[in-house]
Structures are given as C-alpha cells and as structure tokens.
Design a binder for this molecule. Sequence first.
Ligand code: F6R
Ligand code: MG
Ligand code: MG
Length: 364
Amino acid sequence: MPQTLSVIKADVGGWVGHSAMHPDVLARAAEAMAAATASGMLLDGQAHACGDDLFLVMSHIHGVDHEIVHRLAWDTFRAGTEVAKGLGLYGAGQDLLADAFSGNIRGMGPGSAEMEIEERQSEPVIVFMGDKTSSGSFNLPLFKMFADPFNTSGLVIAETLHQGFSFEVHDIKEHKKLMLTAPEEVYDLLAFIGSPSRYAVKRVVSRATGEVAAVSSTDKLSLLAGRYVGKDDPTLIVRCQGNFPAVGEILEPFTTAWTVEGFMRGSHYGPWMPVAQRNSNASRFDGPPRVVALGFQLHDGKLGMSRDLFDDPGFDNARAEANRVADYLRKHGPFEPHRLPLDEMEYTSMPAVAAKIGTRWVDL
Ligand code: F6R
Ligand code: MG
Ligand code: MG
C-alpha cells in the first residue's frame, strides 16, 4: 500500500527570544501526534525541535497535500501557539500567517515536504531540520548527494545508482518548475541551483526506477507575507540505501560548514553547522545556522525511534570550521559579504534612512 511521509514545520514561539523551543510546546505537539496516531488518522507521528522550530514528522495513507493531514498540522501549530502565549514565549504563532485554515497548509506560513512511497522491506529515511537559515540551503548538499561522484561513490560503482537522478527545480519567485537530469545536464542544473535565493531543489527522483529519493520544503515566508516574518528554516526528507545513496553518502556533504543565508535577523551569510539535536539552540548572534539529521527505520508505517545522526565526532571538524568561519564573518559587522546584499535582506532600515536623508543626496 502506498504510504506518505509528511514533514510540516513552523516556528510557533521561541524560548528565550528565537533561540529554542520550550519543552511544554514540544510536549503539546507530541500529545497531538500521539492522539492522531491512536485515532488512526496517522500511521505514526512525532514532534521534533530544531532550535525554535517545531517539525511534525508524520506517516499516513492519505497522500500528499491532503486536507486531513494539513489540518492536523495546522491545529497542532495552533495548540502549540496557545501554550507559547500562555508562557509569554517570544513570537508566539509567528509563522502562522492566516487566521483560519483553508484546506491546504501551503501558502499559510508553515513549510512542508511530503513524499508518497511504497515502503521497501527495509526503509531507512533521514529527516533534516534546519534553523536560522533559508529554503534553498539544501541545494548544495542535495547536489553533492545525488550528482557528485566525489561525494557519492555509489554513482560510479553501484549499478543501482549509475543512471543518475533527476532534479525538480522550483523558481520560487516566478512560481515555475523544471526537471533536469544528472549527469547529462549538471552544468545547466548548477546554473540555476547555484543561486539558492531564487531556485530551490524541490524533489530528486531515481532515473533507474522513477522512485522519489528526496523532497525538501521550498516555502519562502517573506514572499508569502510580503514582509519579513521569520526565516524559512527548511526541512528535507531523503530515502537511503539500495537504489539511493547510502546513509554515509547522504550525510557526507555536511562535513563542510557551507555558507548559507540566515543567521541574525535572517539578513546575514553564515556557516551551516551540523549538530546533535540537543545542540540545535542557536544563541551566538542568533546562530550560527544549524542543521540536525534524524534517521528513521520505517517499518509498516511506524517511524520507530529516531537516531541523531550528527551526534558523531565525525562531524567535529565541520563544527570547528563553522565556528572559525563565524568568527571571521562576524568581524565584517554590518558589511557585505556578512550582511546580505540589499535586495536579499529580510530586515532593512533603508527606506526610512533614505527618506530621512532625502534631498541631501545631490548629483555628482
Ligand atoms: C533569525 C531570527 C532572529 C531574529 C532576531 C530579531 O531567523 O529569527 O535572528 O530575526 O532575533 O528578532 P525580532 O525582530 O523578533 O526582535
Ligand atoms: Mg523564531
Ligand atoms: Mg527558526
């Protein structure tokens, strides 16, 4: 029976400031997931935190974009918001852009990644959770996982991977999508996804079998709201082993702390630090941006116990690199390239400053 994996996420309030999630908010969400599982609405559901973001990991039979599942996520975020309000947490309900649920959570603020799969006899899956960064930040790691033979040796030496993968790229400004195949079209692919503020990899598909390999959230809060309301803090689901890269090949891109958009006020470039879940609370200059990888061994639709995959000394060098890069970039203060270019910044005082200075600008 086909089954669907949905990860739907939102920031419903921070403890303290934007640094972390309060345990009571997480507990309320876990309760909602347990109730939905007990009632049969879900095959299984878990609530997880990365920094100040709440990620609902759900397995069910309803298919992608289904109202029942989206409504459950929305109601859970609302319940978490009530807890956050009760505790006076910061930015309670900040990612919920609408007053009432209208059938589909897309376009309402939360981010979502969903895939329909036929569960294999053994189905290892990794759910990545980002904080203090932006949709599109997974472009580079996804390219390395599924198109770079120096990262994924399986592309060269494993028959099941040798035909390569197709990438569904979204133009998040023009609302268009495009399929490109690797390895033949990698230069075309890179021309787009090398610019992650505009083009984001939504989906990766095996060319050998047509099976979906990975899906990420590409929702852009600032574009939805027309103003800054928080960073997108994206999620990514990746299937592992067999016809897909191995767990180690999927994690390998994170041995480098890639530079991503986000950090303080969502308006800076900073290094993306892979961390154990307990270390996902970003308090240095609201960063550096974090990424957590939870491994699941799906079985009959059950998620089972998650494994915290970056809780491994193998990623210590990437963490040290992230701290070094953060030190270096921070020295630039309000200068680019630490600060984002003007039209990419999520916060800007420029209209007010420009209005105040007004006619003091004179022709050269
Ligand atoms: C970044 C983030 C924080 C806030 C910053 C200012 O994703 O959420 O860096 O932007 O703490 O927050 P406000 O404007 O809410 O005081
Ligand atoms: Mg926040
Ligand atoms: Mg966040």
